[in-house]
Write a protein that binds this ligand. Structure first.
Ligand code: 5GP
Length: 195
């Protein structure tokens, strides 16, 4: 998705060979016009998949997921990383290890919002080692829902998550695939150039 790649090049900050900071439009401040285009792109790619529910994870997955839900006309539920006062039982839970933060969180989604009747699209902001997606997949499986695929805003193709999830036979649509962050430069993967 060229608009997104241009934004990454223009505004992204390479913090290290492993980490890209996109706080100006995705992870802190949010660019609604870009989010709308992202939502439309996900909706176009998954329009024939019969999606009934989008599942994401707080907090940075919510904006792109919501815009995709708006275009597809389906609800969006986000997995919580902390238990809330009002969300205490009747939950699906899964463990997610974050390599960047070096901590493991239990994520949860109410059983009310993902059921065996659903065809689910998973959406997240970044795909790195794939742990967040694995946790969401676990919840979809527990619910007995059908999985249409995974939509990712920025995949770091030099980390293992994309390969691991695709090897499970799961459709992964990433709107920008970064192949390298070496020398402070963002390089995109070839396969993504046509999109
Ligand atoms: P994974 O579970 O695939 O290893 O990592 C996915 C999660 O880690 C994302 O939801 C995102 O919050 C965070 N993350 C991983 N790599 C990066 C990165 O380079 N930049 C930012 N901003 N977040 C990242």
């Amino acid at each position: 998705m060229q608009l997104l790649k241009d934004k990454i090049v223009q505004d992204g900050k390479v913090l290290s060979d492993q980490v890209l900071k996109v706080d100006t439009f995705l992870n802190h401040q949010i660019d609604p016009v870009l989010m709308q285009a992202i939502g439309e792109e996900f909706a176009t790619r998954f329009k024939d998949a019969g999606i009934t529910q989008i599942v994401t994870i707080e907090s940075s997955g919510i904006a792109p997921a919501m815009m995709a839900g708006l275009v597809l006309g389906v609800p969006v539920v986000f997995a919580r990383k902390r238990k809330s006062l009002t969300l205490i039982d009747h939950l699906y839970t899964a463990s997610v290890h974050s390599f960047t933060k070096n901590e493991t969180n239990e994520i949860s989604v109410s059983k009310d919002f993902v059921t065996s009747e659903d065809t689910v699209l998973l959406i997240d902001d970044f795909l790195a080692n794939g742990q967040a997606v694995l946790g969401l997949l676990d919840i979809v499986e527990q619910a007995g829902a059908k999985l249409a695929g995974v939509g990712i805003v920025i995949e770091k193709g030099f980390q293992t998550g994309g390969t691991m999830i695709r090897e499970k036979g799961i459709r992964v649509e990433s709107l920008a695939i970064v192949s390298s962050l070496e020398n402070g430069q963002v390089t995109f993967a070839e396969e993504d150039l046509s999109k």
